[in-house]
Ligand binder design. Sequence first.
Ligand SMILES: Cc1cc2nc3c(=O)[nH]c(=O)nc-3n(C[C@H](O)[C@H](O)[C@H](O)COP(=O)(O)OP(=O)(O)OC[C@H]3O[C@@H](n4cnc5c(N)ncnc54)[C@H](O)[C@@H]3O)c2cc1C
Length: 494
Amino acid sequence: MTVDRPVEAVPFDDVPAWDETADVVVVGYGVAGASAAVEAATLGAEVLVLERTGGWGGAASMSGGFIYLGGGTPLQEALGFEDTPDEMYAFLMAAMGPGADAVKVRDYCEGSVDHYDWLVELGVRFKEEFCDEPGWVPSADQGLMYSGGENAWPLNEIARPVPRGHLPQIAEGSARTAHEEGERGGGYYLMAPLVERAEQLGARALYDVRTDCLVVDRAGTVCGVTGTRFGEPFRVRARRGVVLAAGSFIYNDDMVARFAPEALGRPGSATEMHDGHAIRMGQAIGADLGRMDGCEVAGGADPRMNVRGILVNRVGQRFIPEDTYGGRVAQAIRYKQDDVAFLVMDDAGYEEVPDMVTGGPKPRPDWVADTIAELEADMGIPAGALDATVTLYNRYAARGEDPLFHKNPTWLRPLEPPYGAFDLRHRTGGFTLGGLRTNTRSEVLHVSGRPIPGLFAAGRTASGVPVWGYASGASLGDGSFYGRRAGRSAGERR
Ligand SMILES: Cc1cc2nc3c(=O)[nH]c(=O)nc-3n(C[C@H](O)[C@H](O)[C@H](O)COP(=O)(O)OP(=O)(O)OC[C@H]3O[C@@H](n4cnc5c(N)ncnc54)[C@H](O)[C@@H]3O)c2cc1C
């Protein structure tokens, strides 16, 4: 979808009249916007949230709800995991980059336990149970899981492996069932308490308002927004500040083509409202950008299948430890293997995988054969290439070793006939991570490096903690964390 609508800032003096006025105006009622609204309203600011759709929630409400927290949260401690902000920092700097903002990552790690406590105080519940299986989401409604490859090579050598994927408990049933059936999942149970608290604190929300432009006074201070409501012009004055929290640009083909072309034409993990317009609103007044090429990438096979097989590229060679985070696998497939990969399993491994995996029934192999020679011929892999890979893998697996990628011995076993292979070519999707450059106060930075007075951004409208690499929960994590900061910074302005 390509968006074509006004974006240039409107001079304050040109606004004929205001339809609404508030201290803090928040654009977008997803996770970053709701967190900003709660925090600004807590400070006593009059808050108005402008949401383009007919209700709150955004992509956050549809999401699995993983929120990346650590450094010794009460949930981690209750489940016997020792974590520190330093360990979390070492992991995130390795996993979220290259190019991760060290100051922001440090700040996020230092504030993570407090953020957990804040969420719990709002009413978000995390079940005291650890899911020790690999997967995109927990197998049931467990509250804690490895969600970023913390326990796989090479990240397990960079920081002590600790699970940090915190999953809000859903009201009934299992998180996975809810996710699969399109019912309310963890994301809804993260968003609902946020919105409820915002309302209790007096924050107002107006729906069906599409925000288009910033309003800027002669001194260059952002002091409102313009847009449309039911097709009519709509102008809102902000006394203290505007928070842009309108999501990513994954549904703006022009921006994707220019900034993150490998994601073009791939499915977007967001809502179509993620059209990048809020980023352009900031650009229109000189805002700087951060790592616009970064993408969260998902897709490929279920992690429970990956661990039981080997992932190979177009020439039949392994390229990653199969027990790492599925997003790291998907990202490696897209960016390092030209979006081409295959999963090779044997029958015994396949039978161990549950009948239902994330997204539906366990897929059937695209090719099956009694020998690797037949299998590689059917797959179009050069003769002998896959055979050499499997021979080497099996030789070491028999000893519980993987000298190439250090897959955990739990998953090492020689592959035996019959074999099956899954076609993972061109299956990746995701959302963009780049956005407006902000500091730890969520102030939007001008290209000169100075904060733009009155303008704040968070969530995927901003460049946050994940800039290139990703771990499940990093988007809701930094979206809510820096959404709060944006609300606080705007609310404190006079
Ligand atoms: C199926 C799925 C599962 C996911 N699982 C996870 C997970 O487990 N953990 C995780 O961290 N992330 C997950 N994500 C990603 C995560 O949901 C998003 O990246 C996150 O919600 C981004 O937060 P945000 O506040 O920037 O955007 P959103 O939560 O989408 O909020 C943005 C809001 O702004 C509104 N808006 C847009 N433009 C305008 C405008 N011009 N004017 C007014 N309003 C506007 C939108 O309608 C929307 O309501 C998942 C995503 C999907 C789709």
